[in-house]
Ligand binder design. Structure first.
Ligand SMILES: Cc1ncc(C[n+]2csc(CCOP(=O)(O)OP(=O)(O)O)c2C)c(N)n1
Ligand code: SF4
Ligand SMILES: [Mg+2]
Length: 372
């Protein structure tokens, strides 16, 4: 069966999904060749972004390594819901490290495989934001500094969810958690300077750093597969909404991830050896308020005792991300209406008229040439 070239706005609409793409372009949920690294029957909450993100990330890593993969997993929701002893949902050799040492355990596995003469066996470490940005941070930095041959994946749900929604260094300002100010003039997390681990990873100059969200699973798969083609220390930071901890509807997980990206609150980019090489542009810009409002952890910012000044400070954070990473396209217009941008995203599906070349500055729209 043949496939006709289609416009980006057709393949990219939220309703049509990827059904109009060529088979090798699609994100399949199941198929004969798909490994399904984490089986059904695990105990994640309904709508858990972490379960979805982990399945797509590890499936992609398995595919790229020809199923020669070992995963080290920090303590946290992902570990707890997938492996209540003596059961396991994992279809991959998998080891539970401590809360804070997944990077070090993965480094040891990679070293052991090297000594055993098994270079084809690849290693992934994974953990939540608490295990990554807080307690596991020293081990992670060591792994980066030594350039160990490990892909580390952080599933960022912006809090210690497994132990009852405590604050982590990835919790955003103003968000309410079990360990932030419940009442007073400024409830919720403080406006600190933040701790941007993707940027800290870039500062180590490691071969590859990327961010992704569960709202764009094809982008997530692309980044994992790209990382698995490389050697040395690699880091992918995946934004995974948590319905329980955020007070969102379980059916809104993808929407929340999309709004985080489309508002600029979570910039999606990739970097090689410390330099940003591509960003995923905002397609339909939304105000931060649209992202914050559906979340009960930000409910105190709206309604009777609203805090518009706090919302404005959050908007300023998003605006800064937009400026810093160039998240709006060069014309500042909706990306789906820009033919050149369409071309940059899907060059094979949206060929430009003969004789015309894509604007060089739009190449950063995303997806390096030749990635497919
Ligand atoms: C040394 C140590 N301190 C505390 C804990 C308890 N603990 C287990 S998981 C967890 C929070 C995990 O948070 P995160 O890494 O963000 O993963 P999430 O559950 O949010 O996916 C904590 C505090 C522990 N297991 N070990
Ligand atoms: S608490 Fe959050 S991260 Fe943990 S299983 Fe539930 S939805 Fe997933
Ligand atoms: Mg967490």
């Amino acid at each position: 069966m043949g496939f006709q070239p289609v416009k980006f706005y057709q393949t990219g609409t939220f309703t049509v999904g990827n059904r109009l793409l060529a088979p090798d372009e699609r994100s399949l949920q199941s198929g004969e060749t798909r490994s399904n690294s984490i089986n059904s029957g695990h105990r994640a909450c309904q709508g858990c972004g972490e379960a979805l993100g982990a399945r797509y990330a590890i499936d992609a890593a398995m595919a790229e390594s020809n199923n020669q993969l070992i995963a080290a997993n920090a303590t946290g929701c992902l570990e707890v819901f997938s492996t209540p002893y003596p059961e396991s949902s994992w279809q991959v050799p998998w080891i539970h490290s401590l809360f804070g040492n997944a990077a070090a355990v993965a480094t040891g596995i990679a070293a052991a495989m090297k000594v055993k003469g098994r270079p084809e066996v690849r290693v992934v470490a994974q953990g939540g934001d608490g295990g990554t940005t807080d307690i596991g941070f020293g081990c992670l930095s060591g792994m980066f500094e030594r350039n160990d041959d490990v892909l580390y994946i952080c599933y960022d749900n912006e809090g210690y969810m497994n132990t009852g929604v405590q604050r982590s260094s990835a919790t955003p300002p103003a968000a309410r958690t079990a360990t932030t100010m419940p009442v007073g003039p400024e409830p919720g997390n403080v406006f600190g300077q933040g701790k941007n681990v993707p940027e800290i990873a870039m500062a180590h100059g490691i071969p590859y750093v990327a961010t992704a969200t569960v709202a764009d699973l094809r982008d997530l798969e692309y980044k994992v597969r790209k990382a698995m083609k490389m050697h040395g220390a690699r880091y992918i930071h995946i934004f995974v909404p948590c319905p329980l901890g955020w007070g969102t509807a379980s059916h809104d997980t993808i929407r929340m991830a999309r709004l985080a990206k489309e508002s600029g609150m979570f910039p999606v980019f990739e970097a090689e050896h410390g330099e940003v090489t591509g960003v995923l542009k905002i397609r339909h810009k939304v105000e931060v308020e649209e992202y914050l409002k559906p979340q009960k952890r930000f409910a105190h910012l709206f309604g009777k005792n609203a805090h518009p000044e706090t919302v404005a400070r959050m908007q300023a954070i998003a605006d800064r991300n937009i400026r810093k990473y160039g998240l709006l396209n060069v014309h500042g217009i909706d990306a789906t209406t820009d033919d050149e941008t369409c071309h940059a995203r899907f060059p094979h599906l949206n060929p430009l008229p003969e004789g015309e070349e894509a604007n060089e500055s739009l190449r950063e729209f995303h997806v390096n040439e030749g990635d497919n």
